[in-house]
Design a protein around this ligand. Sequence first.
Ligand SMILES: Cc1cc2nc3c(=O)[nH]c(=O)nc-3n(C[C@H](O)[C@H](O)[C@H](O)COP(=O)(O)OP(=O)(O)OC[C@H]3O[C@@H](n4cnc5c(N)ncnc54)[C@H](O)[C@@H]3O)c2cc1C
Length: 385
Amino acid sequence: MADPKTVLILGGGVGGLVAGNRLRRALPAPHRVVLVEREAAHVFAPSLLWLMVGARTLPSISRSLERLKRKGIDVVRGEVEAIDPARKRIVAAGQVLEGDYVIVALGAEFCPGAVPGLAEGGHTFCTPAGAVALRGALTEFEGGRLLILTAAPAYKCPAAPYEAAMLIEADLRRRRLRDRVQIEMFAAEPGPMGVAGPEVSRAVRAMVESVDIAYYPEHQVVTVDPDARRASFSNGVEADYDLLVYAPGHRSPRAVVEAGLAGESGGVSVDPHTLATRFEGVYAIGDVTTIPLKLGKPLPKAGVFAHAQAEVVARSIARAVTGRGQVAEFDGHGECFVETGGGRAGFGSGDFYADPSPRVTLRRPSRFWHAGKVLLEKTWLWRWF
Ligand SMILES: Cc1cc2nc3c(=O)[nH]c(=O)nc-3n(C[C@H](O)[C@H](O)[C@H](O)COP(=O)(O)OP(=O)(O)OC[C@H]3O[C@@H](n4cnc5c(N)ncnc54)[C@H](O)[C@@H]3O)c2cc1C
């Protein structure tokens, strides 16, 4: 066997988890697969929406990353502090780690602080702690004006805020509180899921409005006054609220920016098919990347893409190390469930690399697609741990 190689995987979210599993299976010992992650547990993010409405508990959607050690993946718990992509060397938890290959899968960092008062005045469903706190706030909420905001035109998972709005609406209906609550959604973007095309966007907007949620697109929140409970928008509109729910914007992780990996577009520039960065042997996958599409907007940040990209990069590295396996390329295909409440979901799928714009279709909400999302959750938490 050739020299033993080390693959460093930075981040144990969707992309890192899939890459770690795949590489461990493809590379025999003594090749090393090292995964560095600051959190002790991986949380299945799509289920945060169910956690928010009390349909899940945090332990039921989390798995300890320690379990990966049983498979032969070296898990290093700690903060990635510095990355030297030219030398494929990183500093994590105070120790220096060197690799022959590096996969940067550090995701995108939420930055609610970009809007003064937002974090203090509202609740987000986008983090485990936020979704738990929001569940508590919704349980205590007995009526009034409920505002749902997207705090930036681009955020993780384009469907999530719209699903959140519909799930909250259904939860209030189930608890017989709906007629005491006015739900309004103020979105920074021109419409739901715009990258998926006007037809999908119109359909999702219609789903939201059909359950009496007032929808105001192109409203960029600029400040929130937590004492007055008032959100102010860049177009001069002000909205008072009793409960504020938001999806925050995001930015590149500090270590990625300081390493010179993040380009002008904010994320790491990669080859759209191989996910190779400009540094040899260094790849970036998932939310940490910015991949411009033909229509001029970036590929949305979604786990489905992080997953597919991880499969491609794992195959490329395995092939480079062992000389076996097929060449793989990421083709821009993706799909997502759109939860609409009441045990139903729609299903969007398509080709995001299509020229001149993504070709995406949305299937009508049904119990079938909701069951599909439940199945995805169960298999995800079983398959990778
Ligand atoms: C509420 C919600 C619902 C969603 N629903 C869906 C859905 O239905 N379908 C879908 O496709 N996508 C969905 N997404 C989006 C999806 O979760 C992300 O796109 C996906 O997790 C991106 O994977 P990733 O590996 O790039 O990053 P992540 O999964 O975010 O992983 C990055 C990891 O890196 C770690 N990390 C970051 N910085 C450091 C550091 N300096 N040191 C050590 N560790 C670090 C983080 O702790 C994290 O574990 C949803 C997101 C949210 C918030």
